[in-house]
Design a protein around this ligand. Structure first.
Ligand SMILES: NC(=O)c1ccc[n+]([C@@H]2O[C@H](COP(=O)([O-])OP(=O)(O)OC[C@H]3O[C@@H](n4cnc5c(N)ncnc54)[C@H](O)[C@@H]3O)[C@@H](O)[C@H]2O)c1
Length: 341
């Protein structure tokens, strides 16, 4: 690391990759964006130009082998996370890997061991742990404001049409992984416990046009769970809801309840004969969690510079993937699944 500056390379310049790239280019102290990689040459050229980055690599191996790079952000489709992380660790690069960490717990374990062996940091992209409201709710739980925890309900509905690579459950693990990994992590974080047993149901209601090609794809999912400490959990997941980005949590205790999140984009309400009463809905996760993405990128650099583990670790990523896989198994077998902890 030269002069206390962490030089970052981004692999995958899609929706998530560009959020991190812009953060490191403009807003994270002691970090510099050094290079961008994307297997799609057109995206790569366009995005590098937008970010004013000179160094671009179509093959991510070239970015990993670039000696001027200290740390790598992995924001490719999930199926590539493991391989890129293992190669990055061997090359001695610190790793920020987007959620879901990988396709199964074994892949996650490989990544954890490889990072530990190379003594590099491995952080997973659960940015809700850095969101002001989510953190405030956690603090209120810890202060005992609602007594003992009884249940945590977490809902995430994504607005946009899934990316084509997400339709194939064998390559993406479906919306449970792509949309609801965040809810799984929130439940683990708030309950401070692990999933013990779960039951999930799912169906395809809005993506009818791909039903013949991808019969296993689901765009709506409900999952109920019990935790090792007896707390109850519920996850309500949906993709392609179109109305907006909806992320809300309800934490019920023996002495009260905490609500996190709202659909309202701001406090403006307009009324007219023509439109009726109108409020703006939050359109995108990029807007809702803008500060949280920045805070997690700051944490990535800080933890590297301070030589400590990041707040969100590979183990958090692995635990969420275990639940994703168990949830998909429950959907497939139509029965409850016990998790082994
Ligand atoms: N933390 C969050 O809230 C959040 C939000 C969105 C996406 N994600 C995660 O980020 C990852 C990417 O999702 P996305 O929505 O940005 O997808 P995307 O399809 O918008 O972008 C993926 C990019 O990776 C590129 N790519 C594919 N294979 C590659 C390879 N082998 N080498 C280099 N580049 C490659 C694609 O060309 C594309 O530009 C996924 O794991 C997803 O779950 C996380």
């Amino acid at each position: 690391m030269k002069e206390g500056i962490v030089r970052v390379g981004i692999i995958g310049s899609g929706r998530a990759g560009m959020i991190h790239a812009k953060n490191f280019a403009n807003s994270v102290k002691h970090a510099k964006i050094e290079a961008l990689s994307d297997s799609n040459e057109e995206y790569l050229k366009r995005n590098a130009k937008e970010l004013d980055i000179n160094k671009t690599y179509i093959d991510y191996n070239d970015l990993i082998n670039d000696e001027s790079i200290d740390a790598i952000v992995i924001a490719t489709p999930t199926i590539f996370h493991r391989e890129i992380a293992l190669k990055s660790a061997v090359a001695g690069k610190h790793i920020f890997c987007e959620k879901p960490m990988a396709m199964n717990p074994e892949e996650c374990e490989n990544m954890i061991l490889s990072a530990a062996r190379s003594k590099v940091n491995l952080q997973i992209g659960f940015m809700r742990r850095f969101d002001k409201s989510f953190v405030e709710a956690k603090q209120r739980v810890l202060q005992g404001e609602i007594g003992d925890l009884v249940s945590v309900k977490s809902l995430t509905h994504g607005p946009s049409s899934p990316k084509p690579w997400q339709y194939d459950i064998s390559k993406s693990n479906g919306p449970l992984a792509e949309v609801n990994s965040h809810d799984i992590d929130t439940l683990r974080w708030y309950t401070e416990s692990e999933f013990k047993e779960l039951y999930a149901i799912a169906g395809n209601y809005r993506c009818q046009q791909i039903k013949a090609d991808f019969p296993d794809y689901y765009d709506n999912m409900l999952l109920i769970a019990t935790f090792m400490n007896g707390v109850q959990g519920l996850i309500d997941g949906a993709a392609f809801v179109q109305y907006g980005y909806d992320a809300r949590v309800e934490i019920l205790g023996t002495k009260g309840v905490i609500f996190v999140g709202s659909l309202e984009n701001n406090t403006v309400v307009s009324c007219s004969a023509h439109t009726g009463m109108r409020r703006d809905i939050i359109k995108s996760w990029g807007d809702l969690f803008k500060d949280a993405y920045l805070n997690e990128d700051i944490e990535f650099i800080q933890s590297i510079l301070e030589g400590r583990d990041p707040i969100v670790t590979g183990t958090d990523g692995k635990k969420a993937v275990e639940v994703v896989n168990a949830g998909n198994e429950s959907i497939r077998l139509k029965k409850p699944i016990q998790l082994i902890n």
